[in-house]
Structures are given as structure tokens and as C-alpha cells.
Design a binder for this molecule. Sequence first.
Ligand code: RIB
Ligand code: CA
Length: 313
Amino acid sequence: MAARKIIIDTDPGQDDAVAILLALASPDEIEVLGLTAVAGNVPLELTAKNARIVCELAGRPDIPVYAGCDRPMNRELVTAEHVHGKTGLDGPVLPDPEMPLADGHGVDFIIDTLRAHAPGTVTLCPLGPLTNIATAIEKAPDIVERVQQIVLMGGAYFEVGNITPAAEFNIYVDPQAADIVFKSGADIVVMPLDVTHDALVTPHRNDAFRALDSKVGHAVAEMTDFFERFDKEKYGSDGAPLHDPCVTAYLIQPELFSGRFVNVQIETRSPLTMGMTVADWWGVTDHPPNALFISDVDADGFFKLLTERLARL
Ligand code: RIB
Ligand code: CA
């Protein structure tokens, strides 16, 4: 089967970095057409820099990286240096990128790429706030029917929020953008905290990354060593949740995941629950399902895949 063409929209972020590395280590299944950086974990200047750092870490300075939106559609930017550090990629010492940013705006790259490829052949993989995706849809509504699928990390239901009691960070940063995406009619697969909180990098799993004894293996282990302290302290968990790599792992081995096709709506008005993903898990409304909401992962299978693929880099 031909490799799936994807655009990764990202706010690196240690977990974004691992998701990008997994994609670049899997050329038989995934062809990365480009990365679009978005403001999220850290400001755009840093996410655009970190995306290039990760491409060079993977030995892929040929991957075009575009800067996208530097703030949410109509809210102040909220960042997460308390989780990811002031650089957004704290942990390993990695060289500044030599590859330049690609010319043009990330939103235009998304639009132009979808228009240039046959309908239904390009998948969008948002790993941060949905600002770039929603802005592209607003600017060029014709692209929605051209998108093969949107496989995104964001939201939470049974797991509740991680940035407020009700909301997960990616959705909370730009609820209006998320509302546009979830109402777009596109084929959407959601990796919420409900599943990503089962993808924990336990010490044993992080030792397996380190044991690769490669630049990538050590970098990922050191990213995890930094990234995990916040979640371990907050949740008392046995490791950091690898949120974003669930997106790329789904493209490679969807059978590792399971969920339910339900209606998901975004709270965009209430200050108390702003950014909440309201999933009608039990079908108590007549709202039509609009997203495959993933709830479970075979965590051992996920880490086996991830470790094997990182060994290739
Ligand atoms: O809530 C987790 C999400 O927010 C992840 O994508 C992480 O990288 C941050 O963007
Ligand atoms: Ca992210």
C-alpha cells in the first residue's frame, strides 16, 4: 500500500517531537509533505525553530517547515512553559537548526497542498491548537472535501481537563478554531487525554529508548526525563503521557487503538468550561456523530512500535 501523505501541524513540545520522529522513521507508511508550526506550548518563533531542530535530529533537513499562526483566532495565547520548559524542548542539548524556514505561511501551505493533490489523498495531523487548520478552512472552505482525514491530538472527556478542570490544552488555547474544525464535516479521529494518559513512558520504557544508544534514542530519553516531572508530580503517574505520538502511531497501526464514533462539540462561551470537548459517549442526544473519539490503546504494542521505529533513525 502506498505511503499515506500527511501534513503535521505542530507546537513542539517534547511529545510533538517524538510524534514527528515516529512519522519520519516510517517512510513505508507515512510520507511527510511538510510541517506547519503553530503557537501553543511555546510561542511561534520557538515552535517553528523546534520543528526544524527535530527534522535535523531525524536527518531530514529536506522536510519543509512553515511558520503558521502566532496566536489563537480571537483569544490571547496561553503557553505551557511550565510543562515543556522555556525552549519548549527542554531536556536534551540540541543544536540550533541550520535549515531555514520554508517561504510562505503555514496556512497557505495547507491550502495549496490540499488543492495540489487529488481529493482524499492528504491527511492533516494537528498536534497543537487548531488555529492553522481552522484558519485554512475559513480562508478556503473548498479544502474540507479534499482532506482525507484529520487525525488530531486534543480534548478529553472521562479523563477531564489538564489545563483547566474541563479542558485539554490544545483545545483550550483556541476553542473557536476547534469549533470550526469539529463542525467542518471532515473525517476526524481524536486522540484525547482519555487514551494518551494510558501511553505512559514508564522508567522501563524510557530505558529502552536510552538503550538504543543513538542520538535520537538519547534525545528522546532526555526529553522524557524533563517532560515527565510535571505529570508525575500532578497525577502521581509512573511516567509522562506521550500524547502526540498516538496520532502518528494510529496512522501506522490503527489496530492498537479503539474508540467510538460520537458527537463531539466544543464549549466556546462559558469561562468555566471554555474549550471543553463535550463527547456524547452514551448517545443521549440526537446530535449526529462527527468524530471517532479514541478511548483505549494497547500501550505495550504502542511502545514496541515506537521503540522499533526510533531505532531506525
Ligand atoms: O494536552 C496535551 C497537548 O498539549 C499535547 O499536544 C502537548 O504537546 C500540548 O500541545
Ligand atoms: Ca503538541
